[in-house]
Design a protein around this ligand. Sequence first.
Ligand code: FAD
Length: 501
Amino acid sequence: MGIEKIIIVGGGTAGWMAAAALSRLNKPGRALSITLVESEQIGTVGVGEATIPPFVDFNSLLGVTEQEMMAAAQATFKLGIQFVNWGNQGDSYIHPFGAYGYTMGGISFMQVWHKFRELGDKRPIQVFNVETMAAHFGKFSRTADYTRDDLPPVNYAYHLDAGRYAAFLRQLAHSRGVVRREGRVNDVAVDGESGFVTSITLDDGHTLEGDLFIDCSGFRGLLIEQALETGYEDWSHWLPCNRAVALPCNRDDGSPPSPFTRATAHSAGWQWHVPLQHRNGNGHVYCSEYMGDDEAHGILVGNLAGKPTADPNFLRFTTGRRKKFWNRNVVALGLSAGFMEPLESTSIHLINTGIDKLMAMLSLDGITPAMESTFNRLTGKEYARIRDFLILHYNATQRDDSEFWNYCRNMSVPDTLTEKMEIFRTNGLVFREEDELFTETSWAAVMMGQGIAMQGHNPMADVLDPAATRKELDEMEKSIRFLISQMPTHEQYVSKYCPAP
Ligand code: FAD
């Protein structure tokens, strides 16, 4: 059966990202209609403002420029995440988006750096990373601005206002022929034989038929769960936080927006700080078993840099994933597919990669079982690798100041993660598995930042000539410091490059 009618249920970030991307398939003479249904009465979660570097390419898929997107969403740049109080209270480190150094003589930089530590070179690894150094000095520039080609690249993502971003996408999708229907879906019809969803009915009695349905209805999973009963894999035993309270605040204190997200650990969770052009996004993620809503709200308010600009938004979630992301003719994107807390800003990323895969596989001739199983297998792997990386942040800690941290420090973790930590401890190696999102530097930054020290290095590092290698290290540090000295401040860059209209 061919695909002529695509129905998207839900108009949050996931729904409008899908609508804007799919709208590119519209062309004169093609019998394709795309309809998005959303309910203003139900609303959206209204959070989700920090992204990671692969998202930069989403602008190309949409056919928009970075500058127009950033201006519309009052966005800023993000070079990484600063983690405060995670390994121990008082600790701080940055997980940067670019690599520590570069491979030398075919040997990973981590190995070279450790070898030189043993030889008495006490420079921290951070001085060999552009993003960490720029973040430290509040500087920013894009690689495209350089006049010299011997300088390292800058890897970045965005902080964006979720509401404004959705409005931008909505306008874009509308201009490319996507039809928006306001209304609450009251009924979902499923074909008894094929198990395919055939239509949805709105509260005004109107029925919309479709060939392909994209479930972007949020945590409730209206089609994927309520209609198709796909099932959910619960990961709370590894990632026990299950509540959040979000509270945006103004930037009246005059502090410039930092080019990084901050994640500050508290006694039963952590607080995010996401600087935008016009305000800061803040929230506290916590575990209800160890902390009540009032206490969580109190901690958040006590640690805000500005005055709240809205009422607190309390949210509940269960960490995990849908057993299938694509079931028959329903593809779940966003919160309806699963949820992992925003510690490494991976949710919008997973929407993005879900759309990429869907668009790459989509044939207007119809859906095949191979498409469904390939999509599910690839997405499942992405979720599992991200899950392990998040668990690392909780498990690799020396904190023993609360029951929550005692639980996290002592919990058993997936074997895949145990092995990763063990290999890193032995000789600082990180193997990137199955095209996983997080890089060697990502894993190393969190492990070292939270107290997992490399005990040795790969013997290959011993074959490098010490004098020549030291010279190369000196040059690397010098070129990074030169680059940072030439960069404008992040605030100056944003106000020139993509000011809000
Ligand atoms: P929603 O925003 O919930 O949208 C659901 C849509 O479905 C709405 O339009 C609703 O009206 C509609 N709907 C539901 N039921 C019906 C019905 N019966 N009839 C009609 N319409 C219906 N992600 C990141 O990448 N970075 C972050 O920093 C980040 N921070 C987060 C912090 C928290 C506390 C949480 C909970 C999430 C965070 N996320 C983050 C995730 C991010 O917010 C979501 O991935 C993103 O907003 C997508 O949400 P959604 O569109 O799937 O769902």
